[in-house]
Design a protein around this ligand. Structure first.
Ligand SMILES: Nc1ncnc2c1ncn2[C@@H]1O[C@H](COP(=O)(O)OP(=O)(O)OP(=O)(O)O)[C@@H](O)[C@H]1O
Ligand SMILES: [Mg+2]
Length: 227
């Protein structure tokens, strides 16, 4: 396995506290909830931000965490962390690299990352292969958590395919941006995949608007169970 330096996001105090609450809620979902997919209804609601922050936050509990960037359409993880990874998930799923090649130990103790790799024309097909499911399954024996960053389920089906191989899902929802019907639609798709919804993260909450003191940061993680 290769080592790689990433630029780690610096969080404000309030954000760190919200992340602690999120990771605590995830821990209380049970020890069998290891592979967790992060999705949303539409683009830009904060999935990638949340997935990275959550993975780092869990690793700070001395957990072994694998963060997988499954968004082979519009990946941002490598550029956002200024990581110079040679191989990514699309290389592995298309048979051009091994699991060892695409798994990087980074400069956050306990955190391992698989970047998405180059944009591919057929991400849904690649994610549908046995290779993907088998790989996620094999990491469950090694890692405490696998956090999977997925594309928005209201727009493309990839997240439902990823969810089939996961123990739980989390929906990131931008405050005030999503219509009820679309949220229902995404919920139904996740349920149809057989992956339990662990909760919803209300993101980009304008606390000033709500009479609070601070600006924008993570909202509440509603520990709502649909199981
Ligand atoms: N809590 C927040 N407060 C303010 N800005 C945020 C917050 N969360 C995310 N953002 C910003 O919103 C933008 C979109 O975030 P991000 O890339 O995480 O979304 P995404 O859901 O992964 O998008 P995509 O669907 O394109 O993959 C980024 O510029 C990010 O910095
Ligand atoms: Mg994203």
């Amino acid at each position: 396995m290769k080592r790689l330096n990433i630029q780690v996001p610096v969080q404000e105090y309030e954000m760190r506290e919200e992340l602690k609450m999120l990771r605590t809620n995830i821990q209380f979902c049970g020890a069998d909830k290891k592979a967790i997919v992060v999705t949303s209804c539409i683009a830009g609601e904060g999935k990638s931000t949340t997935a990275l922050d959550l993975a780092i936050s869990l690793s700070q509990l001395k957990k072994k965490v694998l963060l997988v960037d499954c968004d082979m359409r519009k990946s941002v993880l490598a550029s956002r962390t200024s990581a110079k990874a040679e191989y990514g998930l699309s290389h592995y799923l298309s048979g051009q690299a091994s699991v060892e090649d695409i798994t990087y130990a980074v400069n956050v103790p306990g955190l391992y990352i698989q970047f998405a790799g180059p944009v591919v024309p057929n991400p849904t097909e690649l994610l549908s292969t046995d290779m993907f499911g088998r790989m996620i399954h094999s990491f469950k024996d090694i890692c405490d958590y696998i956090i999977l960053d997925a594309p928005p389920l209201g727009l493309v089906v990839d997240a439902a395919i990823i969810a089939k191989n996961c123990d739980g899902s989390v929906i990131v929802m931008e405050s005030g941006a999503i219509k009820y019907k679309l949220a229902q639609n995404v919920k139904s798709k996740l349920e149809a995949s057989g992956c339990p919804i662990l909760g919803v993260i209300l993101n980009k909450v304008d606390r000033k608007k709500d009479g609070g003191y601070y600006g924008k940061y993570y909202g509440k993680y509603y520990g709502k169970y649909y199981e």
